[in-house]
Design a protein around this ligand. Structure first.
Ligand code: MN
Length: 174
């Protein structure tokens, strides 16, 4: 689905953000986080799926501690070309403020990403410069239940397949 809402919200004569094309095919799926110094600082977490960037606004810096879940508000799909955007959105425009790349890499979904996304239970591996290993995005409520926002949680999952854990488990008594 082309990011219609993304375009409707923006005046491309004024903002330096890319209008973007849809549908580039790549061998790997893009993952990016943009630090956005808007009216309220937040981190825009984006995962490529079906030719667009599925996007969540995370009000606090993502934490690699599995016990520190982060609220992630699902926002409109962004075009793939947005993944490399850095710049300043002018005052008065949607999302006015500075946008900086905070992390860039790829993501590897666990299972069928379309199905998981539709069910609100995305589990995946990140290969970024700052963030890596197993992560999840879990939908909390639903707009049908009267929620104003589509809220999810961004969670660092425990990495159980690491070499240290395997060595440890071999020492367990049989
Ligand atoms: Mn933003």
């Amino acid at each position: 689905m082309p990011p219609e809402t993304f375009r409707r919200k923006r005046n491309f004569k004024r903002t330096p953000e890319p209008r973007g094309a849809v549908g580039r095919r790549a061998a790997s799926l893009t993952y990016v986080i943009q630090k956005h110094l808007a009216r309220r600082l937040h981190y825009d977490f984006r995962l490529e799926l079906d030719g667009v960037l599925k996007s969540w606004a995370v009000p606090k810096e993502p934490s690699v501690d599995p016990s520190e879940k982060r609220l992630a508000v699902h926002v409109e799909d962004h075009p793939l070309g947005y993944a490399s955007f850095e710049g300043t959105i002018p005052a008065g425009e949607y999302g006015a403020g500075k946008v900086k790349l905070w992390d860039v890499g790829t993501w590897i979904p666990t299972g069928d990403p379309r199905k998981s996304y539709a069910e609100g239970k995305l589990s995946y591996v990140l290969r970024g410069k700052r963030l890596s290993g197993r992560w999840a995005l879990i939908r909390m409520g639903s707009r049908a239940a009267g929620e104003r926002q589509d809220t999810w949680l961004l969670i660092k999952e425990r990495d159980t397949a690491g070499p240290s854990r395997r060595r440890k488990s071999r020492r367990l008594p049989r």
